[in-house]
Design a protein around this ligand. Structure first.
Ligand code: SD4
Length: 291
C-alpha cells in the first residue's frame, strides 16, 4: 500500500475534500493548490458545524475561524480568530505567499483579507448553528467537551508523486469557546506540520490537548527518528493522555504520512475516522484508538 500520490483527510467530510484535491493534484501536480482547494469544499459545507462561517459560534455568538497551510520546504501561513471570511484557508495561503509573516490574528487578519480583496461576509449564524447556540445559551455551561457532533475540523495532508508534501487545516474551533480562544489548527506544529525530509501530520480534537504536546511536530520528529507513521501517532496519543488531566472529556486524533507513502492514524477514543485517496480509489477508514 505504499505508493504516491496519497492524500489523507480527517473525518468523513474528507472524502469530498480529497476528491477535489486529488483532481487538482493529478492534473497539475500542485500540492498547495490541492490542499487549499480540497478543504475549501468543507469550509462551504453547510452540514458541517465545525468548519467555516456556518460552524458553531463562540460563547458570545461569533463564528471565529482558525486555519493553516504548510509546505514541506518550511513555508507556512496561518490565521487565527478571524471573523467574516468564508475561506480562512485561502487567507492563510496569502499570509504564506504575500507577507513576511507566518500568522495573522483577529482584526489584523481581517484587515489583510480586505486588502487582498477577499469578500467580507455579514456576520449571521447559519440557521442550524443559531438554533443550537440558542439552545446552549439556556444553560450556558462552559464545558469544553469534544463529542461526536463537535469535532470535525478538517486536516488534510498530501504526498505528491515527486515525494514532496503539503498540508492544510481549517476549523471554526471548539463550539461555545471563550471569545478569542485559539485552538491547535492555526498553530504550526500543533494542528499541522510538514517536512519534505520526513513526512506530514495533522490533528483534530480538543485543541488544548494537542497544543500541549506539539502533537503534529512530535509525530514528524518521531518519524524522523525511525518510527512508522502509525507508531508515531500512537506515541503522540500516549503522550497526550499522559499530559492531560481531564482525559475523560477529551477526544483527539492524528493522521500521518511519511515520504514513502506509508500512513497511520490513531485517536484517544473510538469514533475518529479519516478519508484516504490514492490512485486505486478512495475510502473512509476507522482509526484505531487507545481508550
Ligand atoms: C480546535 N482542533 O479548535 C479544533 C477542534 C476540532 O474537530 O478539531 N474539531 O480545538
Amino acid at each position: 500500500e505504499h505508493f504516491k500520490p496519497l492524500i489523507l483527510s480527517t473525518w468523513e467530510h474528507g472524502m469530498a475534500a480529497n476528491d477535489v484535491a486529488w483532481d487538482i493534484l493529478s492534473k497539475t501536480g500542485d500540492l498547495v493548490e490541492a490542499v487549499e482547494q480540497g478543504v475549501k469544499v468543507t469550509e462551504l459545507d453547510l452540514t458541517n458545524l465545525s468548519v467555516g462561517l456556518q460552524g458553531l459560534p463562540d460563547r458570545e455568538g461569533y463564528a471565529t475561524l482558525d486555519a493553516s497551510i504548510m509546505k514541506g520546504d518550511g513555508s507556512c501561513g496561518t490565521v487565527a480568530f478571524v471573523r467574516k471570511v468564508k475561506h480562512p484557508i485561502s487567507l492563510a495561503r496569502k499570509v504564506m505567499e504575500e507577507t513576511p509573516h507566518v500568522m495573522l490574528a483577529g482584526q489584523g487578519a481581517l484587515q489583510f483579507a480586505m486588502e487582498q480583496g477577499f469578500p467580507i461576509e455579514e456576520e449571521v449564524l447559519s440557521p442550524k448553528a443559531e438554533a443550537l447556540y440558542n439552545e446552549w445559551k439556556k444553560s450556558s455551561e462552559y464545558k469544553p467537551i469534544i463529542n461526536i457532533e463537535n469535532h470535525d475540523t478538517i486536516g488534510m495532508i498530501a504526498l505528491g508523486a515527486d515525494g514532496k508534501l503539503a498540508g492544510s487545516c481549517t476549523t471554526s474551533g471548539l463550539a461555545y469557546k471563550m471569545h478569542g480562544r485559539v485552538g491547535d489548527s492555526p498553530i504550526i506544529g500543533a494542528g499541522l506540520f510538514v517536512d519534505d525530509e520526513v513526512g506530514a501530520a495533522t490533528a483534530t480534537g480538543l485543541g488544548e490537548s494537542i497544543i500541549r504536546i506539539c502533537g503534529s511536530f512530535l509525530i514528524v520528529e518521531l518519524m524522523r527518528q525511525g518510527r512508522s507513521p502509525q507508531e508515531a501517532c500512537e506515541e503522540a496519543v500516549r503522550r497526550l493522555i499522559a499530559k492531560n488531566k481531564n482525559i475523560d472529556d477529551i477526544q483527539a486524533g492524528f493522521l500521518a504520512i511519511n515520504k514513502d507513502g506509508e500512513y497511520g492514524a490513531y485517536s484517544v477514543r473510538q469514533g475518529f475516522n479519516f478519508a484516504r485517496h490514492q490512485a486505486d480509489g478512495s475510502d473512509l477508514i476507522d482509526s484505531k484508538y487507545k481508550l
